[in-house]
Design a protein around this ligand. Structure first.
Ligand SMILES: Nc1ncnc2c1ncn2[C@@H]1O[C@H](COP(=O)(O)OP(=O)(O)OP(=O)(O)O)[C@@H](O)[C@H]1O
Length: 380
């Protein structure tokens, strides 16, 4: 159990690359926090900074109120009391399962009887009690990852740091280990920070998710908060797969540059009850400014159109053509080409077919004013 606080944490790599910039984050006691972001967004950099493998260039880091990194202050990784699990499990092939799991305790010099008892207890918790004497070579990938997890928790760490710990595993094993991991951290009240680039995993597992891009926090929130109230167009696009429509905001109405996308309140007010404006200063709504609308796959519907050809719809918004439709749990994950914009739509109730003509009708969107108001939106 631990709280981890980061204040204005920054890290610049030796080659001048900014790995982390102005990270303000509180990991709460006993929570499961996911760090989510595209490749190169700084997830691993942040985790390794918490672990103590990287030294921040600015700001401070504390665990349970005790400073562990900051100006003139540095606590090495082995003194931070944290457990770590990596993607490639990194267990020693020459040691048995019990030897691997007990290794951290052996280093700390605890009595043998205590060590054996604790190893047996942890192996039981991760479902490997019968495998204590086996060598890692005689284990499956999932079992090896359980060994790594057992080794990370054997010394009762204050918090567990997981770096793509499940990413090397195939479904459905991965899904099973996800549940086991969540149950284990919950039972033990363990604070966990889990790095993943897998949105479904982050949203499904975590109490809260931190979305990172280019070393900066874009938003911290529960999975529902991120989906329902994304702080900016990056979060909407990355977390919900929203399609982004650049445009102009005038008098509180959004005019998309796209010839078909209608967000104008006068025309669409009844159809668009879901449009939310984010980060638009109330004092300056009449000033024309550039903005971007994010439309999630669930924020629009497709109306099938008889195949009369796009030319016959003069005066109306251009039609779109289905480019792919993949069956998924919640409906058909459909992509359409709408006058050059690739639009993602979740279709249920009918089966879209490739090449079919459709009319997209936008029903809800988030409009972000990201020039001046972005900071306000992000802070929300
Ligand atoms: N040792 C290093 N020296 C210079 N730049 C580095 C170093 N390690 C990482 N970076 C850069 O820092 C940025 C963040 O890297 P990081 O590994 O934290 O990203 P990530 O979000 O974990 O990505 P991935 O999902 O691909 O693992 C990247 O642009 C990366 O190229």
């Amino acid at each position: 159990m631990a709280t981890i606080k980061m204040r204005n944490l920054g890290l610049v790599y030796l080659n001048g690359h900014v790995g982390l910039d102005g990270i303000e984050l509180d990991v709460r006691d006993g929570e499961f926090l996911a760090l989510l972001g595209p490749s190169g967004s700084g997830k691993t950099t942040l985790l390794r900074t918490i672990a103590g493998f990287l030294r921040p260039s600015a700001g401070s880091l504390s665990i349970d109120g005790k400073d562990i990194a900051g100006e003139g202050m540095w606590v090495p990784p082995e003194k931070r009391g944290l457990g770590m699990v990596f993607q490639d499990h990194a267990i020693w092939p020459h040691l048995s399962v019990a030897g691997n799991v007990g290794y951290p305790l052996k280093l700390s010099g605890i009595p043998r009887a205590h060590l054996a008892r604790r190893v047996a207890e942890v192996l039981e918790q991760v479902g490997l009690a019968e495998y204590a004497k086996r060598k890692p070579a005689a284990l499956s990938g999932g079992q090896r990852q359980r060994v790594a997890l057992a080794r990370a928790i054997v010394a009762s760490p204050k918090a567990l740091l997981l770096d793509e710990a499940l990413s090397a595993l195939d479904e459905p094993l991965r899904a099973r280990l996800r549940l086991e991991l969540r149950a284990l951290t919950r039972e033990q009240g363990l604070t966990a920070v889990h790095v993943t680039h897998d949105r479904a995993e982050a949203l499904g597992l975590a109490d809260r998710v931190v979305v990172l891009n280019e070393g900066r926090i874009q938003q911290v929130g529960t999975p529902a908060e991120l989906l329902e109230n994304p702080a900016n167009s990056f979060v909407a696009s990355f977390v919900s797969d929203a399609t982004l429509f650049p445009g102009t905001l005038v008098d509180g109405n959004f005019h998309a540059d796209h010839p078909g996308a209608r967000f104008n309140k006068h025309m669409e007010v009844h159809r668009n009850p879901g449009i939310k404006f984010v980060g638009v200063p109330q004092t300056a709504v009449s000033r024309s400014r550039r903005a971007v609308a994010a439309v999630a796959p669930t924020g629009l519907r497709l109306e099938p159109v008889e195949n009369r050809g796009i030319g016959t719809t003069a005066g109306r918004a251009p039609l779109a053509r289905v480019t792919s439709a993949l069956y998924g749990r919640h409906g058909y994950e459909t992509s359409v080409d709408w006058a050059g914009t690739a639009l993602r739509v979740l279709v249920s109730g009918w089966v879209p077919t490739e090449g079919q003509l459709v009319r997209p009708v936008i029903e809800s969107a988030h409009v972000f004013c990201e020039e001046a108001g972005a900071a306000e939106g992000r802070a929300a």
